[in-house]
Design a protein around this ligand. Sequence first.
Ligand SMILES: [Zn+2]
Length: 241
Amino acid sequence: MRFSSLITIAIALAACKRPRATVFGDKYFSHWDDRRVLCSMGADKAHHWSLDDLRAAIDRAAAEGSVIHTYGHAPTFDLDEYLPLFMYAHARGVDFVTYAELADRDHPRAGWAFSIDDTEVDTWYSWRDKLRAAGVHLTFFVAGYEDFTPAQRDELHKLAADGHDIEPHGLHHVQAVAYTEAHGVAAYITDDVVPDLAAFKRDGFSPKAFSYPFGNHTPEIDTAMLEHVQLVRGASSRSCY
Ligand SMILES: [Zn+2]
């Protein structure tokens, strides 16, 4: 056999072993290491990638023991679209991990960290049975926690009891970069983050992660935030790094 043919076969074999490259690049995976600024791919209905790309990303997480990150918003997210993908992940040994688990790092495994942002707690609660049946734990990044009714707070506690993670997304859902440009990083932390964390703690939650509204952040803001939480999450729609 000619040498060039052997090389062709070797390249083909290597390609077989490695999941194909997709829009889900390296930054959308985490590895249970000391990286504390995480990035997530938008998974609302208008997503520009194919479900084959997501299946390939799940394959990569399974092969590496890493975690793929996606996020959505209840008004524009189709849970039913993902139910077959959830089964696909389970079949490949990819578990559903929350940001609290990612912060603790005491049970590293192939995972899918799916988070939902904002305020639609009643809709999230309506997903309960489907999520339980699918064996899926989500992280809900909640904005404006203080404005929720006692009944909605009770819904959040019941979601937490199901194994979902309840984490903060800003007291006023302000754009961190715009706010810090106007008022400084310290004011952002004091005005929108510290009182938000306090409200969660008063209600018995133990926040460990924060997702930036609009995915808007900078390394300077990250440094200040990480004095207060273990992890911060950006979004593919904005500055993800
Ligand atoms: Zn948001």
